[in-house]
Design a protein around this ligand. Structure first.
Ligand SMILES: [Zn+2]
Ligand SMILES: [Zn+2]
Length: 174
């Protein structure tokens, strides 16, 4: 399924100003991201927007929607991380490559463009380094591991010690 995010440009006929809507659903063959937030292989990614023929190539204006798998960095619960981002990318004809050697653009191959690399980098940039299931997640008890969201009044008899442990753990995680 490596061709999932390939968009053919033949119908635009290299006519500047020609434009057509973009709408596809596909999935990546390889997982995206690692650690606490990731997009598993096969997860559907919806792409909508437009492709417009411009002088040296085509301009893609797209919205990307999917749902990533996340794990809370404090309480370790698994939750869904919705992704809804937009990107613009210029894809340049290969014969114009020299003019764009210094630019951050993508290239057209065989009258088609591959959206996947651009989507992957756009999605990865938006990922939180420290995902939280909710902004005020209380995390786990540093002494016994109980979920403090479910049991906010939880405490141990030697409460003074556990408070200090709790502060130390919060400092490391936040
Ligand atoms: Zn949490
Ligand atoms: Zn405890």
């Amino acid at each position: 399924m490596a061709d999932d995010f390939i968009v053919s440009l033949t119908d635009l006929r290299r006519t500047p100003g020609a434009r057509r809507p973009l709408s596809l659903e596909a999935s990546c063959a390889e997982a995206l991201g690692a650690g606490l937030v990731s997009l598993p292989p096969g997860r559907l990614v919806a792409v909508t927007g437009s492709v417009e023929s411009v002088g040296d190539g085509v301009l893609v204006d797209a919205r990307v929607e999917t749902v990533m798998d996340a794990q809370c960095s404090r309480c370790l619960v698994e939750f869904s991380w919705p992704v809804d981002i937009e990107f613009q990318e210029l894809y340049v004809y290969p014969e114009q490559a020299d003019d764009y050697a210094e630019e951050d653009v993508s290239f057209i191959h065989s009258d088609a463009i591959d959206l996947e690399p651009v989507i992957r980098s756009a999605v990865i940039v938006e990922q939180p380094l420290i995902p939280l299931c909710r902004p005020d997640c209380r995390g786990l008890c540093p002494q016994c591991g109980v979920d403090l969201n479910a049991d906010p009044d939880h405490h141990h008899d030697d409460d003074i010690d556990s408070r200090w442990l709790g502060l130390a753990a919060w400092g490391k995680m936040s």
